[in-house]
Write a protein that binds this ligand. Sequence first.
Ligand code: GLP
Length: 242
Amino acid sequence: MEVKIFNNEQEIGEAMGQVLVDYAKANPKAVMGFATGMSPVPTYNKMVSEYEKGNVSFKDVTTFNLDEYCDLPKEDKNSFYMFMVDNLFGRADFSDDNINFLDGNVEDPEAESARYAEAIKNAGGIDIQILGIGTNGHIGFNEPADEFTDEAFKVKLTESTIASNQKFFGDVPMPRYAMTMGIGSIMRAKKIVFVATGEGKADAVKGMIEGEVTPKCPASILQQHDDVTIFIDKAAASKLSK
Ligand code: GLP
């Protein structure tokens, strides 16, 4: 793991956004894995600003998002699909035909998992995967568990995740289930760029980088990936031993 520590989230957005811009310039048909959450937003802003300057195009980039809520229409303002449209896809030249999401409203989650796995395989695998982390160490929606998962599956969200994400839904109770890429599907990405900011993530970041590799801290599996770059601010890095 290569760990890069920055002063603030704007600096992270500039640096991590540039990595993605450079990747798309060198590989116009790249397959990119995207994450939701507030942490990658400065990165997405940088990608948009470089697109607006005419420095990069994403029209031939294929995208796969990590996860999506169940029991929420795709067009709901709180769906992860709409989050990506609002923060990235709708602000640059991504092609609708190249955007892939898990469907959280299917009757048969196993068939949906197989469909997504097949789509990723047919695209040639994920070249570069963006990841954030939950305060409990989750990546995607792989909550702390007894075993590492492999392909996508339907997950019951933990109370800590619900406590973190309810704010986006205001007074409306947020979904209790989601479809998420599994740990195996994330680990098969050729390159991973990870972002976390703020003191609230410091314990999860420490577990991920310095802790035992355990499904109790799902992000710790990243220690076993051979191309991970960690972009964190000083607050998120504050509990690291060095
Ligand atoms: C979300 C997503 C994760 C994300 C995490 C942290 O619910 N499923 O992919 O990394 O929670 O979000 P944030 O960046 O807003 O703290």
